[in-house]
Design a protein around this ligand. Structure first.
Ligand SMILES: [Zn+2]
Length: 199
């Protein structure tokens, strides 16, 4: 419940309260760019493949964490549409097509990395112990990479610090860590906003 409230405050939890975040965007002169669940076609469409051994319902719920700048069309899992990487990335699956996401079983495939991109191709591993928020943040993170955004820069991106209201700079310094969900949500929201401002 507290988590949902937090996500709503940050304007990324999509449900009946969604109007709040859309009003924020309208106030910035961005219209309904974020709100593609309101029926416009401005969201970026990604084809998504979910490996059958992965908890599909959990993945679908996790996708609701990702802002409406992206939208998803779920397609049937088809091994012919992917490549399997080697070396340090052994077992990692990437789709062959641009603007595609393969959500694969990281436990069965015993991969080292949870997410990766090559250009506009995205692979995301699911190990089974994640909750929807972790999974949603993982997918969102990789999508930010596909837009050329500094998704790994939570601790180093000075523009993000400037974007934060000054009164929480102290809280940021005290509490930020690479694995903090709270700060990941704030940082990814910032990067998505940067992307929305780029025309
Ligand atoms: Zn990254």
């Amino acid at each position: 419940m507290i988590l949902k409230m937090l996500l709503r405050l940050l304007g990324i939890y999509k449900d009946a309260d969604r109007a709040t975040s859309d009003q924020t965007c309208a106030a910035r002169g961005m219209g309904n760019v974020v709100g593609n669940d309101l029926g416009n076609d401005l969201g970026k469409l990604m084809r998504i493949y979910i490996e059958p051994t992965v908890d599909r319902d959990k993945v679908l719920r996790a996708l609701r964490i990702v802002p409406g700048f992206w939208k998803f069309a779920v397609r049937e899992w088809d091994e012919l549409k992917f490549e399997e990487l080697g070396g340090e990335w052994k077992g990692f699956i990437l789709p062959l097509g641009d603007n595609e996401i393969a959500i694969f079983d990281g436990a069965i495939r015993k991969v080292k990395y949870a997410g990766g991109t090559a250009g506009r191709r995205v692979g995301v591993a699911v190990f089974g112990w994640e909750n929807e928020l972790m999974l949603g943040l993982r997918i969102w993170h990789e999508l930010l990479h596909t837009e050329g955004l500094d998704a790994d820069g939570l601790l180093t991106n000075k523009s993000f610090t400037r974007w934060l209201p000054e009164r929480i700079h102290g809280f940021f310094k005290e509490s930020v860590s690479e694995h903090s969900w709270f700060w990941q949500i704030a940082y990814y929201t910032y990067l998505t906003d940067v992307r929305l401002m780029r025309k």
